[in-house]
Design a protein around this ligand. Sequence first.
Ligand code: SF4
Length: 288
Amino acid sequence: MPRILDPDLRRALAERVRYYHELGVYDFYRRTPQAMPASATILEPSSTLQPELREEMPARKSAAAPEENIFEVLTPNPEYGIADPVAALKLIREDLGDCTRCKLHKQGRKQIVFGVGNPRAELMFVGEGPGADEDTQGEPFVGRAGQLLNNMIKAMGLRREQVYIANVVKCRPPGNRTPERDECETCSPFLMRQIAAIKPKAMVALGAVAAKNLLAINAPMSELRGRWYDFTPAGARSSDPSWQGTRLAVTYHPAFLLRDPRQKGEAWKDLQMVMKYLGIEPPKKAAE
Ligand code: SF4
């Protein structure tokens, strides 16, 4: 039966593999699945996952869940050791290929929306998933919400080309529904690798879905916003050993701000916190 690694176990395995790599051990062998004790390394979703997250993301359907190969965890990612973020992102994109790893590949996507922007960006924005416009154009945040995000970036004194923008899932969920947990868990390792390749100084999670997936904590937006989180991309390793992760802030998703413009002031406070950290002076006339 197809199974998925528990995220905590996946992280633990990745850490152990990293440790072996540091010792110079690169070759690993595995037992056949039949020989593996059922409780040893492959687990069903842990009952310790946050209940709110479980409610938001319906339970995984085993029939639709992709099978995860433990050996993938034990194999270094192709971009490992590549210092140039342009080359590293290219390798990650090639590794993603014409991805069919989760069920979103067969639910009407036109194309994979990998991410866009400066591979050496100091600031990275992460949303939840592509919408119709993004699916058509192959670029994240290009619709109305994208226009607002552009204005937010401009208000910070930056240009869209200076930052990097990506999503937790790279294929459009049908009807713009919230991506399901198994979809996020399957796709987000590629996002983690993108983050490790780009090594941003700061990240902004756009909306609760992105924040909860990145941080693996459950709280309302009112609690998630207004503070920094130390963030290290789980299971991904930067080629730069001096890079110990980034800081992550949470703000409202631009699509939410379009529905409730009264919250723009709150979002601006979040962005000001990011600007202060990055040492960015706001332009004389900030965008709304
Ligand atoms: S959402 Fe991600 S994991 Fe799922 S098919 Fe698309 S690229 Fe693959």
